[in-house]
Design a protein around this ligand. Structure first.
Ligand code: AMP
Ligand code: ZN
Length: 451
C-alpha cells in the first residue's frame, strides 16, 4: 500500500486513485538550455513514483510537458523571454533552441533509464487550446485585459491562497511600486501576453486581433484538460512551483472547468552543490556530461539521487557521488558472484524478500531506507531483477553480460592456473583489467569482479 505526502493537505496519505488508471502529470523542462543535475534529480524521483505505482499493480497514464514557449526569465510576467534570450545568445532561432535542448533532455532521460511518459506534450502544440481556455476564463469573469495582456484576477478565486498558504495581504503590501500598475492584485498573473509593436518575439500567435503568446502557467492547465479531461490523481513538480506556478495552475483549471486540478500533489526539494544553490554565477551548473567527464555515469548519479529522499534539501558533493558509484559497483559485484554461483561470503546477511524493499519505497518513496536494506540482506537473482525493475539502475543489464572474449579469457586463465602456468595467468589477469574486470583467486577457485 502506497503512502505519499500530499502538499495539498500537508499530510502523509494513503494513495487512492480516482479510477482504474492512475493519471499523473509532471511539470517538465523548459527547453532553452541544458538541464542541470538538480533538474534531473527531480525526474529521477518521479521515475521512482511511476515504477512504484506500476509494481504496486496500478495502470498509469503519464504526461510530461516541454515548456517551449512563454517562460519569462522570472516566474512572473516580467523580464525577457528565456527562448528569445537563448536564441540571441546562440545565434539560432527559438524553434531550433527548443528542438536542440529538448532532444538533449530526451537523450539524458533515456540514459538515466527513466520510464518514457505516455505523452510528451509540447506547449506550442496546445496554443489553440490555450486560446479556448482563456475564452472560458473570460466568460466566467476571471480575467481582465491590460495593455500588455489578459490577466487572471486572483480575487475572483476565493481559494487562491489555500494551496500554498499564501499571505496575500503581505504580498500586496510587498508589491513593487510602479510595476505594472494595471494589475489589480499583486498575485494576478498573465494568462496571455500581447506583443507590443516593435517588440522582438518570434513565437507569436494571433488572438483577440493582436499577436501574442500564452502565459507560462497556462500550458499545464491546458494540457491536463486536453489529455485527461478530468481531475488527475497525481501532479508532481519542484518545491519552487508551489507558491506561483502550481497555485496558478489550480486557479486556471478552476476558472476553466469549475473542478479541482489534482488529488495528490508531490513536490521534491532542491539539490544544492557543496552547500550552494545551483547557479551560473557560482559556476556549478553541472550537467550529466560534466559528471561523465569526471568518470561518473548517469547510473552513478541516479544511485546518488535515490540514496536520499525527495523531500528535504540534498547536498551534492563529488565525494558522495563517488560513494554512490562504489555502492552500485558493490551491488553489481554481488550479482556477478551470484552469476558465478558463488555463495555469499558474508554469512551475517539475512535473507530478505523483495516485499521488505518495496514496502520501504511504498512509504513515501523512501528509497534511502530501501537501499539500506539492500546493503545488508542476501538477495537472490530474482530479487535483484525486481530491485532493477523498481529503481531502473541497470544493475543486471550492466553486469553479467560479459562478452565472449572476456568469457574466453576467464576460462583460459583458469586452465593456465590449473597447469600452473602462472606467467600466462598473470598476463590474462592484466588483460582482463583493461576490460574493468579483476580476478580474485580464492581457496574454492577464481572469481571475477568488476573494478
Ligand atoms: P525548469 O526546466 O527550470 O522548469 O525545471 C525543471 C524541473 O527541475 C522543475 O521541476 C524544477 O522544480 C526542478 N529543479 C530546478 N532546479 C532544481 C534543483 N536545484 N534541485 C532539484 N530540482 C530542481
Ligand atoms: Zn506546470
Amino acid at each position: 500500500m502506497l503512502r505519499i505526502y500530499n502538499t495539498a493537505t500537508r499530510k502523509l496519505e494513503e494513495f487512492k486513485p480516482y479510477g482504474e488508471i492512475v493519471k499523473v502529470y509532471t511539470c517538465g523542462p523548459t527547453v532553452y538550455s541544458f538541464q542541470h543535475i538538480g533538474n534531473y534529480a527531480a525526474y529521477i524521483y518521479w521515475d521512482l513514483l511511476i515504477r512504484t505505482l506500476k509494481i504496486d499493480g496500478f495502470k498509469v497514464k503519464r504526461v510530461l510537458n516541454f515548456t517551449d514557449v512563454g517562460h519569462l526569465v522570472s516566474d512572473g510576467d516580467e523580464g525577457e523571454d528565456k527562448f528569445e534570450k537563448s536564441a540571441t545568445k546562440e545565434g539560432r532561432s527559438v524553434y531550433e533552441i527548443a528542438k536542440f535542448y529538448g532532444d538533449d533532455f530526451l537523450q539524458n532521460f533515456r540514459a538515466l533509464n527513466l520510464v518514457e511518459p505516455n505523452i510528451i506534450a509540447h506547449a506550442t502544440d496546445y496554443i489553440e487550446a490555450d486560446k479556448r481556455a482563456v475564452d472560458k476564463m473570460t466568460e466566467g469573469g476571471f480575467t481582465y485585459k491590460t495593455n500588455d495582456g489578459i490577466y487572471y484576477d486572483t480575487s475572483k478565486f476565493p481559494e487562491y491562497a489555500k494551496f500554498a498558504r499564501l499571505d496575500l495581504a503581505g504580498l500586496q503590501a510587498g508589491a513593487r511600486v510602479n510595476y505594472n500598475n494595471e494589475k489589480k492584485n499583486a498575485s494576478d498573473f498573465a494568462v496571455w501576453k500581447f506583443i507590443q509593436p516593435g517588440e522582438k518575439h518570434a513565437m507569436r500567435w494571433d488572438y483577440l486581433g493582436r499577436p501574442g503568446y500564452p502565459g507560462w502557467h497556462l500550458e499545464c492547465s491546458t494540457i491536463i484538460e486536453e489529455e485527461f479531461g478530468e481531475p488527475i490523481d497525481i501532479h508532481t513538480g519542484g518545491v519552487d512551483h508551489i507558491p506561483v506556478h502550481h497555485t496558478n495552475e489550480i486557479a486556471q483549471t478552476y476558472a476553466m472547468t469549475g473542478r479541482e486540478l489534482a488529488k495528490y500533489w508531490l513536490h521534491c526539494d532542491f539539490i544544492t552543490i557543496d552547500g550552494e544553490k545551483i547557479s551560473k554565477s557560482l559556476g556549478n551548473v553541472y550537467t550529466l556530461n560534466d559528471l561523465a567527464e569526471r568518470g561518473f555515469s548517469p547510473m552513478d548519479f541516479k544511485m546518488w539521487v535515490l540514496s536520499g529522499h525527495y523531500q528535504g534539501t540534498r547536498n551534492f558533493t563529488f565525494e558522495s557521488l563517488k560513494a554512490s558509484k562504489q555502492r552500485r559497483l558493490n551491488w553489481r559485484n554481488r550479482i556477478a558472484l551470484l552469476y558465478q554461483n558463488i555463495e555469499m561470503q558474508n554469512n551475517s546477511e539475512k535473507k530478505c524478500d523483495f516485499v521488505e524493499i518495496l514496502s520501504a519505497v511504498n512509504n513515501n518513496l523512501n528509497s534511502a531506507e530501501a537501499f539500506a536494506i539492500i546493503d545488508t540482506v542476501n538477495l537472490d537473482f530474482d530479487d535483484w531483477r525486481k530491485v532493477d525493475e523498481l529503481f531502473g539502475l541497470n544493475l543486471i543489464n550492466d553486469s553479467p553480460d560479459i562478452n565472449d572474449q572476456i568469457h574466453d579469457l576467464i576460462a583460459e586463465r583458469q586452465t593456465a592456473r590449473e597447469k600452473k602456468d602462472f606467467i600466462r595467468s598473470d598476463e590474462i589477469r592484466a588483460e582482463l583489467k583493461t576490460f574493468g574486470i579483476t580476478m580474485e583467486d580464492t581457496s574454492t577457485g577464481s572469481v571475477w569482479q568488476y573494478l
